[in-house]
Design a protein around this ligand. Structure first.
Ligand code: TRP
Length: 364
């Protein structure tokens, strides 16, 4: 067990996945899956976590499970290599969460910067904070440890969750003996990929801001988002004017997505992005050309994804069986961890009758 390489990661099924998810995490998962370097790979559709801030709308979560699975399958996650499973159907995760809650202080939970900013966004500061939402990092620690994950590929905003998980693992192992595996986060190397801004340049893609490009968007929608919402450089008024590439969202996206090969295919007057940026800064390169190039780069990435999505979407029965089978496998895996945990805590009363002897001795 200890030296297996195991990946666990997941997403909340609250909507379709977008380019931020793609460069921040999905693309990497597919590479890791195909690297052949991992013994087991699990992807968790975190519907319970999604309920922590959508308790009044379970229908939204139910509907989006299929969107997220289709996004997974269409980017190339392969159910033969990667087990896709649904969190709410894994009772071991609930039990582990309950035990781990005792190993974390509320003061520690209050310091989680990702939870803090999500609280702000959801107005929980005024309306009252659901205890389940406040504690979701503990449930995420249960997700990660239940699968014995060694590596957790995630976006940068998830680092506080992995840190919290590591603390719980260390505390658990110190308290009850060496039982849980200490996981590591893996975040994208490319800085622009860690936190892709929305098309409007705002910090993050978010459905409510309307600044996303979804993996399932058609070409027309992608073009509309690029041409209509991407503001370039306000000082670059005429083509001849010198321009700025930093803070220019078109270049931020090119930083995240384009390769030298894209230039030979769509913009052969430059060998690479540095040459293109130099020209933009000198003046003489128009925003229209830059946006057209970006559109071509994104289309090249999105076209095969759209094709696969259409294929899977026409066979929903098979998709259902994929997550049903994946979840059954995950039940086994996570139950095994829960058994180990119960043994370590010595609360495995009914696994055998050995406690009878202990009780008898106690009573003299
Ligand atoms: N918190 C993650 C997100 O919002 C989703 C998630 C749930 C997750 N459980 C996980 C990610 C376990 C990695 C590992 O995207």
């Amino acid at each position: 067990m200890a030296d297996k390489k195991i990946i666990l990661t997941g997403d909340r099924p609250t909507g379709r996945l977008h380019l931020g998810h793609y460069v921040g995490s999905l693309k990497r998962r597919v590479e890791l899956q195909n690297s052949g370097k991992f013994d087991e790979i699990y992807i968790l559709i975190a519907d319970d976590q999604a309920l922590t801030d959508n308790a009044d709308n379970p229908g939204k979560i139910r509907d989006n499970i299929i969107n997220v699975v289709l996004d997974y399958l269409s980017v190339g996650l392969d159910p033969a290599k990667t087990t896709i499973c649904v969190q709410s159907a894994l009772p071991a995760l609930h039990a582990l969460t309950f035990y781990y809650m005792n190993l974390v202080t509320t003061a520690r939970l209050s310091r989680n910067p990702t939870v803090k900013s999500e609280m702000q966004m959801r107005g929980f500061a005024d309306e009252g904070l659901p205890a389940g939402f406040f504690a979701y990092p503990v449930s995420q620690a249960a997700d990660i440890t239940a699968f014995d994950a060694t590596v957790v590929p995630v976006g940068e905003d998830q680092l506080p969750m992995i840190e919290q998980t590591r603390e719980i693992v260390e505390k658990f192992n110190r308290t009850y003996g060496e039982t849980l595996i200490l996981p590591s986060a893996m975040i994208p190397e490319n800085i622009m990929q860690r936190r892709l801004p929305g098309v409007d340049g705002k910090a993050k893609m978010s459905k409510s801001l309307g600044n996303c490009i979804y993996l399932s968007d058609d070409s027309k929608t992608v073009k509309k988002q690029i041409n209509g919402k991407m503001f370039t450089d306000p000082t670059h008024l005429r083509i001849e004017d010198p321009g700025h590439t930093e803070g220019n969202v078109v270049f931020t996206y090119l930083d995240a997505f384009c390769t030298d090969e894209h230039f030979s295919r769509y913009l052969p007057e430059y060998a690479n992005l540095d040459e293109m940026k130099d020209h933009y800064r000198r003046g003489g390169l128009g925003d229209g050309t830059c946006k057209k190039f970006l559109f071509n780069v994104l289309e090249e990435e999105l076209n095969p994804i759209r094709e696969q999505r259409a294929k899977w979407a026409s066979d929903i029965d098979t998709v259902y069986d994929i997550i049903k089978d994946g979840t059954a496998k995950a039940v086994e895996k996570t139950n095994a961890t829960l058994n180990r945990v119960r043994k370590a805590m010595r609360i495995d009363y009914f696994d055998d009758r050995s406690i009878i002897g202990d009780w008898k001795a106690l009573l003299g």
